[in-house]
Design a protein around this ligand. Structure first.
Ligand code: CA
Length: 147
């Protein structure tokens, strides 16, 4: 007889434990469904941008450095950033557009064969365009070609 009592008690404990486990699982599944519903709501109804982007990109020339003396092949490179992303960067030598870089994955730059230019001083300007039509002309730098 004492054996039966012990067995009954054990069964009750197991049932209670199982019930708690089921409740936990139901709770977790509910949380997952609510989370998924929130994610779906975000994807289906993205927040609408009511403010127009009027902030131009940041741009500065990182190569060559100001007052550098160049020969052979030089790298004319800009560093640029915009929250909307950069569309392209224009490279000007003495006010003349020489190259438009539309792929910044290898850096925003142009290779400059200085041997095709006369020795002397040059002004370099980089102009960056963001994805929303804003542009910025970075500060000009001055270099000298001496081949
Ligand atoms: Ca912008």
């Amino acid at each position: 007889m004492p054996n039966v009592q012990v067995e009954t008690k054990t069964e009750t404990t197991t049932k209670t434990s199982l019930s708690v486990k089921i409740n936990l699982v139901v709770g977790m599944v509910s949380a997952i469904f609510i989370g998924a519903a929130l994610v779906n709501a975000t994807v289906i109804n993205p927040p609408r941008l009511t403010a127009k982007d009027i902030i131009p990109p940041y741009v500065t020339i990182v190569s060559p450095i100001n007052n550098a003396v160049l020969k052979g092949e030089a790298i004319f490179q800009a560093s640029t950033y915009d929250a909307s992303g950069i569309k392209e960067v224009e490279f000007y030598i003495n006010g003349s557009l020489k190259f438009v870089d539309r792929n910044g994955q290898d850096g925003w730059l142009m290779k400059w064969q200085t041997t095709t230019y006369a020795n002397g001083p040059y002004q370099l300007i980089a102009k960056s365009f963001d994805q929303n039509g804003n542009s910025q002309i970075g500060q000009a730098i001055f270099v000298t070609i001496f081949n």
